[in-house]
Design a protein. Structure first.
Lengths: 411, 411
């Protein structure tokens, strides 16, 4: 299959490209290097060193004999999108190419507007390009479980049957996202559903949980094939970050009570889920939603698990929550559609946590612990970023500075 | 009260500004003249001549002795938004300042992206400016009944209680909008609801039906105070447009069966509803939704009513529907909250239709009947606009060219 991976230089995009390439698909990667630009802006870097995209691709060619085509450009540039689709002629497009950090979107007005315009306009350009070139192209779009928020009823996969005043209809599941980033994904989902309806496009919206892990069967073949590993307060994901805190001798920081429950999945399952979606495409005109996670944990659970598996001493501290979110809530979310297609989950076993701790331990000299501190406060309209190399004034030294964010980015 | 009317040079913004000014409020008007720019782009003009904003304001001062302050600028320019709020110090902001035509948003990719970026980014800038300056400022935002689409259950006002698998929650009402424009309003609503939650802002989302009428108590005081009246295929609203077709001796064109049902309201009730919302502000942190319409009609009903009231002969023709929408559907939408606040509707009586016909007859020499034809096809990704002065090729002469669009714009 001809598969274009948008955002193919990122944390999940790159391993996805390798995985699909190894399985015999013709793979093209599209990226504008925005993710690496955010590192420069924040003054942080991936814990695990990563090489440039072209070097990655050359190394992959050398090791596997397989070619990945590279397209450098921005989805908000519509002529680039149109030309790339025309050149590559994809049968499927896997779309990771969005600004994907909740705290980044909440830094200030500029970052909020950037996140929404970048994500929404890029996806609109893609929808138009697909509709113009070939309406059979299957769009596999990365959404997030964070689109749903934490309602007091069970979360279903994209749609819910509602009986109201004696009548019944199947409706889009109501969304209550928790950041301008999560909102951008909700906007995307609504736009894609509409494009499917008017143009007969095929789309799968993968509402993904929070991903943990760094190694895949392909990325471990050579250091140049490694994918990035984020642990900072803006882009780091919760379990990855707890592991970095443990190996660097810092307390594992949990916001509030830690009762926030989130769907989680192993990076290996991201690859498997994307493959299952590709192998079983949506019908023409179908907007299909899969909830892409395998287990739910509270933040406190995750901290306890990391503490239990870490060979040294780890402590857990609780701090004020800079996010506006429920710290204790009902959470039960359906996630059967991918299991029905054959997903065999890689669960969060002690050995998995140990393997992540091992990665963190190997590269702990790279860790800038100051960058773990949460600097983005949901209740403020502008937050000073305290990152490596940034002079920090007293004004930004709040109690939250003592601790790191618990679910700092969405994935 | 200090009230800033955003989009105060437009069809509804201008009469709203006059109405509030006459009732003793201090009124400021913000506009970037985008609406007049669309006229230039389309090669059409308001049926009723309108003068420039500054001249309108001068005339109003002369007639009423009341001053309306003018701020010329764009909501996507964040420093303009911040400075305007700082200068005027509003207690309430009435926000009409969005691209508001469904067909305009569906012309092609560029117009879709423009509509969403313009509307969403402008509203985000406004939310930030309010949160930064004064979180007590009451935002009265114009949404649309088109956010809901046409579900097979009753439409409620913004929220719905859902019982699912033995649990119950009050959730945002699921949205199924029918154009990239309507989607932009859905995106706005979600962003505003979130801003209320995290920042404690007060907001009222007025999900307005389709407005008819052109005269208000204030606009009739002098020709220079008139508001615009759109009848073209892109910006004209259905009832206004049927009236222009009648007085110019053209058939009233109904798409498909004409069973599409829509909530409607008189322009006088737009003013009354905005005033009621202002007088009864949302609580701090409250995101409140009012469904702002007074009666529901099918498109066929409206055509029949115009035909019945027109003094001459009017015929009704049915043509293929260029929109993707249900032509026959269940439609029952709650609209009690504004009635509970005291709204006394101006219903669509024969004399109201006659008064709109009289306006159309007075200015019928200005009508460019060719501009009524529907040129935007929802199923295509790019439509050639056939407007006055545009050379039209054979390629755009479809069967739909014989007829005009029935609900060509949202309001």
């Amino acid at each position: 299959m001809n598969i274009l991976v948008l955002g193919g230089d990122g944390y999940l995009g790159w391993p996805t490209a390798l995985y699909l390439s190894r399985r015999g698909h013709r793979v093209g990667v599209v990226d504008n290097f925005a993710r690496r630009g955010y590192d420069l802006e924040m003054g942080v870097d991936s814990l695990v060193p990563i090489v440039g995209l072209q070097q990655r691709v050359r190394r992959w060619q050398e090791i596997s004999g397989l070619t990945i085509e590279v397209f450098v450009g921005d989805l908000t540039d519509d002529s680039f999108v149109t030309e790339t689709l025309a050149t590559f002629e994809p049968e499927a497009v896997v779309h990771f190419a969005e600004q994907r950090s909740a705290p980044y979107s909440m830094i200030d007005r500029k970052h909020a507007v950037y996140t929404q315009v970048n994500n929404v306009a890029g996806t609109l350009n893609l929808l138009y390009a697909i509709a113009e070139q070939d309406r059979d192209i299957h769009l596999v779009k990365l959404g997030t479980m964070g689109e749903y928020g934490t309602p007091n009823i069970d979360i279903e996969e994209g749609f819910i049957e509602i009986t109201h005043k004696g009548r019944t209809d199947v409706m889009p599941y109501p969304k209550q996202p928790g950041s301008f980033y999560h909102l951008s994904k909700v906007h995307d989902s609504a736009n894609i559903m509409f494009a499917c309806r008017i143009w007969g496009i095929r789309a799968t919206d993968l509402n993904q949980g929070i991903v943990y892990g760094q190694e895949t069967e392909e990325t471990v073949l050579h250091p140049d094939l490694a994918t990035r590993f984020d642990y900072d307060g803006v882009f780091g994901t919760v379990l990855n970050r707890f592991c970095v805190q443990a190996v660097t001798g810092h307390p594992l920081t949990v916001y509030g009570t830690g009762g926030q429950t989130r769907g989680m999945l192993n990076i290996l399952d991201t690859l498997a889920c994307v493959e299952l979606a590709l192998e079983n495409p949506a019908d023409r005109g179908e907007f299909r939603v899969f909830n892409q996670f395998t287990e739910s944990f509270t933040v406190e659970d995750m901290a306890e698990m990391v503490k239990a598996e870490f060979s040294g001493d780890a402590t857990i501290v609780h701090t004020a929550d800079p996010r506006v979110e429920k710290e204790e809530h009902y959470y039960r979310a359906a996630h059967t559609k991918l299991l029905d297609l054959g997903l065999v989950p890689n669960l969060l076993t002690p050995s998995v946590i140990q393997s992540i701790l091992a990665v963190c331990d190997r590269y702990k000299a790279n860790a800038d612990v100051a960058a773990i501190r949460p600097t983005v406060d949901w209740r403020k309209t502008a937050s000073n970023l305290v990152t490596a190399g940034t002079p920090t004034g007293e004004s930004v030294r709040t109690s939250a500075d003592e601790a790191s964010s618990e679910v700092s980015s969405d994935r």
